[in-house]
Design a protein around this ligand. Sequence first.
Ligand code: NDP
Length: 294
Amino acid sequence: MPAKLIDGTAIGRAMRTELLPRIAELKHRGITPGLAVILVGEDPASQVYVRMKGKACEEAGICSETLRLAADTAENAVIGEIDRLNADPRIHGILVQTPLPKHLNSARVLHRVDPRKDVDGFHPENVGKVVLGDPTGFRPATPFGVQHLLLKTGVETKGAHVVIVGRSNIVGRPMAALLIQDGPGGNATVTICHSRTRDLPAVTRLADILIVAIGKPKFVTGEMVRPGAVVIDVGVNRVADPAREKGYRLVGDVDFEAARHLASAITPVPGGVGPMTITMLLYNTVQAATQWAD
Ligand code: NDP
């Protein structure tokens, strides 16, 4: 039987609706949550993401502004803009869109964001809080979104063996930190794999829940999926497709056609994790505004 499709578009939309009363309550107290997005350069995928984030904010009644800087902007100028936004009382969340141009030191730039406004959860203070299970820390939007996809789909993480493929700071590592917390959407037994993992298929086949974030189109084949597993595909890869107007289409890191006949549930790409990332960014912005006000 083909896997149940985990519809991130629908779950994300429902969660954004659930957020509206919290935004209304803040506005009642005279606070409009504000998000600033800094985009350096013209990376086409980043431009799309930034537009989608702005649109989602607008629909939710969150005030958003996008600061577009030229690709060759000097590091001290980017940092100057972050300092300005750190001091701006209308702005509760600041997001620096990655990847940044090569001449910028990503850590130096990202860590300049005031941890209280770091809605991406990349500042070491928030990384530490998330590892410690401190709810005032900001959980990075993509793994936070994956956790909610599992919760909303009724996938039990307690006691489950979750195998995560990929150990990046924005997906794999925080994903593991969230799944081992003692609470809903946690209490899992987690294995993290990366490019040096020996016999990767043998490890992925042990997964009750397989989460893949490596950035390689259709890398995970059917042989790597245990029958009945839940498969979460974080990957977003552009592959050439002359039949499409744009000349490309998006595929995940998992061979969807092969995996969907084995998995019990699976996320599509697009329409799986992506919409949840944007949704959780809005949640983090509301959290930031609330914490700022309290
Ligand atoms: P990174 O490039 O930062 O990290 C990739 C990870 O995959 C690394 O840990 C790397 O291992 C591991 N890896 C690479 N090749 C292999 C392999 N052959 N076997 C096992 N592990 C491997 O990627 P990101 O985490 O930033 O992104 C991953 C994917 O998720 C991308 O497609 C990206 O576009 C997508 N993404 C989607 C989001 C969404 O909202 N849907 C948000 C963020 C990312 P090592 O550390 O050893 O090099």
